[in-house]
Ligand binder design. Structure first.
Ligand code: GCW
Length: 825
């Protein structure tokens, strides 16, 4: 017994000796290695490091290596400038090696940014060489070497060449010049504040380091919904300051521009791309930009999309628009990304042939071959807009003579906005590996694209993204942009070990959670290709099943009392399926071969239609939602099993996030299943839907001060109603009449945006719990977005107990309640 106690206290000591970590270091923690790895790597690491150039990314490579090795091995290497007569780590380009160390015979054909890690023996001496095609490649190689050590991989006899699959690997940041970020969930902009570049750009430098560690070589630093001011002469020096902060990391700055700039900023009377005055204006503007930022990567252009100015004003084509800017950039080596995200957001939804999914193809496929060589069409992975399940955009298969980029959304706009664990790599892999069948040999999307773009939207938050687990998405994007053949499993294993260390249990648990999270999220939000059951005209976060219908935005699911789904067939529907090559079109067109996961995206089917899974559509909807919500509950248990194995700060942050997510998954589950039950009239075979044992509706409690209110839409609250407090304080009381025992109380309340209401829960007058509704959720109303769960565990109840909740509103928040559920857990 005594020994056990000692063990327990030792464990506790170790648990608390794990340093608190904010998440700021992400996957570049360089945490001290444990034995025996420490001894092994120390033996292999020389005392000297040499960078053959003392400037730019090579200097960063040297400094980063010193920093990483000091962190992991506790040794500080001596920086020297010439190859010493002792073993050393040597960093340089192939050209520099040829000059400084011809005896190393380093001959290789490396693509730009590619690197070679090589152990070179020279008599008794060993050189750990990082050689590369260019200085950026040297930096990437140095990061790769450090990564190997952090992952416990051998560095003894290195001979590894790596080249990126595509030359252009960028992130886009949708940062507004006022410092806010469109669809950003990690705080305010690291670049901008109040229409200026931030005074302190050290975060930009740190971000450049993170990007470089993944091989990302460009970053567009302002929103594609671009403020024209970005091109104003007095603004350009601001761009230059940011470029300076990124430059040591080989990250080239790019900017998003407004297509009407020749008029709005330039003072011309037109922005017609075919008007020579306009072409001259863009050329002069490019010259001006490159004078300030000689290594500017280029420009991103969102035109004729969601109300942005574009070539349609003058009856010109997207190619005309892209080329006028591309030609201005060409002499400077810049590229123009032209977004393929063009659709009519005022489409008449009553017309069953209208289909937003068709838009990218319809707008661009005739233009193949008409874009200049430095104009790249930037295509979202799916035909709609970053939904949890979409087929690969048909546009990828139809522009063989055009440079294409795939645009992936790293920021979790439709994926729980960094409050939900959703690892996006498995979903991206589905698209990248999807064979478009556009040639006799396999034509997966990854083989058709020339560039990768990730919409990252990191912010000033310590975690960059809003929570620690979401960082895996930025990591995964970068790794896939470098090598799309990596599997989701490889990527998540790397990320987890770099971010949380080499404990097997930690690694296995987190990797499992991450890998299953995409399917889990799909299950409780939009299975069977349903998607868009969210507040589509509002915050894109909570559930509102009908929000996407009846408007021009075109993300319709057309659910009615008989069935659900968009008929996109060639035979009877919008014809979207015909945009694919025949092999794909045939697969999608026939119900016999259409995958269940896409059934309602491609077909309108009755609720009673039997899926390949053997279930009916309706039962599958019910089951998926329950399964999804249960899996998130399981994530909480899995995470709790890591207590003491992870530093407390990140442990607690993630635990709170998962607990919140589990509650939110139930909100989604109940809203969607209730809605479909009401629509279809078909009960759940398992009797769960609309039947919640142990649930007491707030509106049925004894209310003091609280008003009963209707919630819109009704599926957003249990029973369609809530109680809301119009006074300084209100209370809701009910009598417990079940069996005596230990219970968990689940209180569903509403946490609106403005104010922190206070709640107290009392049983027979004894205060059991109190909390504030302090989360920052994106809504002012009582709905599924504000609906939040409080779990109170370990409560002894006896028949006749009085359970009372007191609510004190604050600001515009009304201390509202939905229900209490008494759970036997
Ligand atoms: O998904 C939509 C977003 C918009 C975004 C747009 C786009 C920057 O809701 O916020 O605008 O896509 O990709 O341009």
């Amino acid at each position: 017994m005594k020994t056990r106690n000692i063990c327990a206290s030792t464990l506790i000591f170790f648990a608390f000796s794990l340093h608190a970590e904010t998440g700021y270091k992400a996957w570049l923690r360089y945490a001290p290695l444990d034995e025996p790895a420490l001894t092994q790597y120390r033996q292999l690491t020389p005392a000297v490091i040499v960078a053959l150039s003392d400037a730019g990314p090579e200097a960063s490579a040297r400094d980063e290596s010193i920093r990483g090795l000091r962190g992991m091995l506790g040794r500080t290497l001596r920086a020297e400038s010439a190859i010493p007569k002792e073993s050393a780590v040597v960093l340089g380009t192939l050209d520099e090696f040829h000059r400084a160390a011809p005896q190393f015979h380093l001959d290789a054909n490396l693509a730009a940014d590619g690197y070679w890690l090589k152990t070179v023996a020279d008599g008794p001496l060993h050189y750990t060489v990082v050689a590369a095609a260019n200085s950026r490649g040297v930096l990437y190689g140095a990061f790769a070497l450090l990564r190997k050590i952090a992952l416990g991989e051998s560095i003894a006899n290195l001979d590894e060449k790596q080249s990126p699959t595509v030359p252009v690997r960028w992130v886009n940041e949708w940062d507004n010049l006022n410092g806010s970020i469109e669809r950003g969930y990690g705080g305010l902009s690291i670049f901008w504040d109040n229409l200026h570049a931030r005074e302190d750009l050290s975060r930009v430098n740190d971000y450049g380091r993170m990007l470089a560690s993944l091989g990302i070589n460009g970053c567009a630093i302002n929103n594609v919904n671009a403020n024209p001011r970005v091109l104003a002469p007095d603004f350009i020096p601001q761009i230059a300051r940011i470029a300076d902060a990124f430059r040591p990391w080989g990250v080239q700055v790019a900017i998003s521009v407004d297509f009407a700039s020749p008029q709005t900023i330039g003072g011309l009377d037109t922005f017609d791309p075919l008007d020579p005055k306009v072409a001259a204006w863009w050329a002069a503007k490019a010259d001006e930009l490159y004078r300030a930022v000689p290594d500017l990567g280029g420009v991103v252009l969102k035109a004729d999309s969601e109300g942005r100015a574009g070539p349609s004003t003058y009856g010109r084509s997207h190619a005309d628009a892209a080329n006028v800017v591309a030609r201005a950039l060409k002499p400077h080596g810049g590229v123009l990304f032209y977004r393929g995200f063009v659709y009519d957001h005022h489409a008449d939804w009553r017309n069953l042939k209208n289909d937003r999914a068709r838009a990218a193809y319809d707008n661009f496929h005739d233009l193949d071959g008409k874009f200049d060589s430095n104009a790249i069409v930037q295509i979202k992975n799916g035909p709609i807009d970053f939904q949890i399940r979409e087929p690969a955009s048909p546009l990828f298969g139809t522009l063989p003579k055009t440079q294409e980029a795939i645009e992936l959304q790293v920021t979790q706009e439709y994926m729980g906005q960094a409050r939900h664990l959703v690892f996006l790599v498995p979903m991206w892999k589905d698209t990248l590996d999807f064979d478009m069948h556009t040639r006799a040999t396999p034509a997966p999307v990854k083989s058709l694209v020339h560039a990768f773009v990730g919409v990252a939207n990191v912010g000033l938050d310590d975690t960059w993204d809003g929570n620690n687990l979401s960082q895996a998405n930025l990591y995964g994007f970068g790794r896939l942009a470098w090598n799309p053949d990596l599997s989701a499993r490889q990527i998540v294993d790397e990320w987890t070990r770099l971010s949380f260390g080499l404990d097997r249990k930690v690694d296995a648990t987190i990797a499992e959670m991450q890998l299953s999270s995409t399917r889990t999220y799909e299950n409780y939000t939009g299975p069977l290709g349903l998607q868009n059951l969210t507040d589509i005209t509002g915050n894109h976060y909570g559930v509102k099943v009908e929000a996407s219908e009846n408007n021009g935005w075109g993300q319709w699911h057309r659910a009615d009392d008989k069935g659900v789904g968009m008929d996109r067939t060639m035979a009877t529907g919008t014809g979207y399926i015909g945009q694919y090559a025949p092999a794909v079109a045939n697969l999608f067109e026939s119900l016999a071969t259409c995958p269940d996961d896409l059934i309602t995206f491609l077909h309108h089917v009755p609720y009673t239609y039997q899926l390949h899974s053997g279930k009916t559509v309706i039962q599958s909807i019910y089951d998926s939602h329950y399964e999804g919500a249960e899996t998130v509950e399981e994530y909480v248990r899995q995470w709790e099993s890591l207590r003491g194995l992870i530093d407390e700060q990140r442990y607690n942050q993630v635990l709170a996030q998962l607990e919140y997510q589990a509650g939110q998954a139930e909100v989604w589950r109940d809203a969607v299943t209730t809605w479909f039950f009401r629509a279809s009239g078909i009960p759940d075979r398992k009797g769960r839907v609309d039947h919640y044992p142990g649930r007491v509706e707030a509106e049925s409690m004894k209310l003091e001060g609280y008003n009963v209110v209707d919630v819109t839409p009704p599926e957003d609250a249990s029973g369609g109603k809530a109680v809301s407090c119009p006074a300084a304080q209100c209370a809701a009381t009910f009598r417990y009449d079940g069996a005596a025992g230990w219970y968990t109380l689940h209180v569903e309340y509403f946490d609106q945006m403005d104010g922190v209401s206070h709640y107290r829960l009392l049983i027979n007058g004894q205060l059991i719990d109190e909390w504030g509704a302090a989360a920052q959720l994106p809504t002012r109303t009582l709905d599924s977005t504000s609906s939040t769960r409080r779990l109170i565990t370990g409560i002894a109840l006896r028949p006749g107990d009085q359970i009372r909740i007191e609510g004190k509103p604050d600001g515009r928040e009304t201390a509202a309640l939905d229900y209490v559920e008494i759970l036997q857990k």
